[in-house]
Design a protein around this ligand. Structure first.
Ligand code: SAH
Length: 354
C-alpha cells in the first residue's frame, strides 16, 4: 500500500520526509527493501571510481575542489596512469568504472575517447563518465567511443538555491537540465540526483527534488548528505525549515527514491560513510540502495580530490583491498556483490595506445 500511494502525492512525500517515529520508519525501510529485492534482486553492484583530474573552472560553493581553492595543487592523470587505474578496477572484478573529474574545459577530449575505446576493447567494464557539463559534440564523441553512462547531478531543483550555491545565473540550472536531456537523446544511461541538506534547502524543495528525479526517469539516482565546507556553512536558523543532512534523513530519502523509482540503480554514497566511525552505507543497502562505489584513485592523488573535508580517505588502501573488504562485508550481509570474472594478466596494455 505504501508503494503505490506514494508515487505522486507531494503531501505524503513531505510527511514521510519529516517522519521520525521508529515504528513508522520501520514500515518505510521494509517497503523500500522489498521493492529493491523484487525489482533489482539481492546483489550489490560495485563501481570503481577514478578521479582523473581535480582541475575545475566552476565555483560550486559546496565543493572542496572548486576554482576558489587557490592553494590546492591541481593534477591531471596522464593516459598511462589512467590505464593503470583501469587495470586495477578490471582486476578487482568490479563491473563498472567511473571516470570523474572537476569541470575542465581543457580536458583532453580525444584522449578520453581513446581511453574509452581502450577500456571497451580490453576489459568487460561498463564506462560511466562524470566529467561535468560538456557540449553535445563532445558527449556524442565519447558515446561513439563506447561510453555507457553519464553521471550529472542536478544537485537541487530550487533554481535560486542552485544559482546561489553555484555562483551563477538562473540559467545555469536550466543548462544543467538541458545537458541531461542531451545525454538521454544521445543514448547514455543517465545518473543524477541531489545533495541532501544543502544550506538553504527546505523540505518543500526536497519534495520537488524527488518529483523531478522521478520525472527524469533516471537509470541511476545518487542522493548523498551535505558535508559542510568552508565556503558554504550551515544555516543555524531553526525556523528555516532547513533539511537535515543526517544519516537518518538520507536513509529516508533513499528509501522514498527506491519506492518511487523501483528499477533505478541507487548507490549508498561515500558521503554516507564520512564523518564518524559508523559506516552508514551498509544500513543504506537494507533501505533501498544496491550500489557501492569504491575509490580507485591512485593514492598520490586522492588527497587532492577532497570534495569535502571529511571525505573518507583511505589514502593508503588500494581499490582492490577496498573491494575485498566490501565483498567480505556484503557476504556477511547475505548481499553478495556481482563481479566480473578476473581477467587474464595484461602483458603491457599501456603499450597499445601510448
Ligand atoms: N564535476 C563533476 C563531478 C562532481 S563531484 C560534476 O559537476 O558533475 C560529484 C558529486 O559530489 C557532486 O555532483 C555533488 O553532488 C557531490 N558533492 C560535492 N560536494 C559535496 C559536499 N560538500 N557534500 C556532499 N556531496 C558533495
Amino acid at each position: 500500500m505504501l508503494k503505490t500511494s506514494l508515487l505522486n502525492d507531494s503531501a505524503l512525500i513531505k510527511q514521510w520526509l519529516l517522519e521520525r517515529d521508529p515504528e513508522q520508519l520501520k514500515k518505510l525501510w521494509d517497503a523500500a527493501n522489498l521493492v529493491r529485492h523484487e525489482t533489482m534482486g539481492d546483489e550489490v553492484h560495485l563501481r570503481g571510481v577514478v578521479e582523473i583530474s581535480n582541475r575545475c573552472v566552476r565555483h560550486c560553493l559546496y565543493c572542496g575542489i572548486n576554482a576558489h581553492q587557490l592553494n590546492l595543487a591541481r593534477y591531471e592523470m596522464n593516459r598511462a596512469e589512467i590505464i593503470h587505474a583501469v587495470e586495477h578496477v578490471s582486476r578487482s572484478g568490479a563491473q563498472t568504472i567511473v571516470l570523474q573529474s572537476g569541470e575542465n574545459p581543457d580536458l583532453d577530449v580525444y584522449g578520453i575517447a581513446e581511453i574509452i575505446l581502450y577500456i571497451k576493447a580490453n576489459t568487460e567494464l561498463k564506462v560511466t563518465l562524470s566529467l561535468g557539463e560538456k557540449s553535445e559534440a563532445i558527449l556524442a564523441l565519447w558515446k561513439q567511443a563506447g561510453a555507457d553512462r553519464y553521471l550529472l547531478k542536478f544537485e537541487t531543483s530550487n533554481q535560486a538555491l542552485y544559482a546561489h550555491t553555484h555562483q551563477g545565473s538562473r540559467n545555469a540550472w536550466k543548462q544543467r537540465l538541458a545537458t541531461l536531456t542531451t545525454l538521454k537523446r544521445l543514448g547514455y544511461q543517465i545518473g543524477s540526483g541531489v545533495i541532501l541538506g544543502l544550506p538553504g534547502q527546505t523540505t518543500e524543495d526536497l519534495v520537488q527534488d524527488l518529483l523531478l528525479i522521478k520525472e527524469l526517469e533516471l537509470d541511476m539516482i545518487a542522493c548523498g548528505p551535505y558535508q559542510e565546507t568552508h565556503d558554504l556553512p550551515f544555516n543555524a536558523d531553526p525556523a528555516s525549515d532547513q533539511v537535515s543532512n543526517s544519516h537518518l534523513q538520507t536513509h529516508i530519502c533513499n528509501a522514498l527514491i527506491r519506492i518511487m523509482n523501483p528499477h533505478a540503480q541507487i548507490p549508498a554514497t561515500a558521503a554516507l560513510a564520512a564523518n564518524d566511525g559508523e559506516d552508514a552505507r551498509w544500513v543504506g543497502l537494507n533501505r533501498g540502495c544496491n550500489v557501492i562505489m569504491p575509490n580507485f584513485t591512485p593514492p598520490e592523488y586522492r588527497e587532492r580530490y577532497q570534495i569535502y573535508p571529511s571525505q573518507l580517505r583511505a589514502v593508503g588502501v588500494s581499490g582492490e583491498a577496498l573491494v575485498s573488504k566490501i565483498q567480505e562485508q556484503l557476504n556477511q550481509m547475505g548481499r553478495p556483490a556481482v563481479m566480473n570474472q578476473a581477467p587474464p594478466q595484461y602483458s603491457d596494455p599501456r603499450g597499445q595506445i601510448l
